[in-house]
Design a protein around this ligand. Structure first.
Ligand code: FES
Length: 106
């Protein structure tokens, strides 16, 4: 089963038990993660910056393409609520969506 590593959160490692879960749902099993619209693809607060394993993620969805055109989602970023895993991925929490009660490495 795929593993998710959050590089700037002490390299926290999460083992995905069910590949039908979104990346957001996987992250929420092990840490707090911002998701203002509740995972509906209507905000960008759930985004993650992908460091390795981009090829292991499902293709961008329509909301992600729209946010990309608006320059609200960079090429190396994904909306975690719109993304599913096929293999291991290493990511980090962007500065703008870091939560105040967690300690990030950068
Ligand atoms: S939680 Fe709003 S787009 Fe993912």
């Amino acid at each position: 089963m795929p593993t998710v590593v959050i590089a700037n959160l002490k390299s926290k490692s999460i083992h995905c038990e069910d590949k039908r879960e979104s990346l957001l749902d996987i992250l929420l099993t092990a840490t707090d993660w911002m998701h203002a619209c509740g995972g509906k693809g209507r905000c960008t607060t759930c985004k993650a910056r992908i460091i390795a394993g981009m090829e292991e993620l499902t293709p961008r969805t329509k909301p992600e393409e729209q946010y990309s055109k608006l320059n609200k989602l960079r090429d190396n970023e994904r909306l975690t609520c719109q993304t599913f895993l096929n293999g291991d991925v290493t990511l980090e929490v962007p500065k703008e969506t870091q939560l105040p009660h967690l300690t990030y490495l950068k």
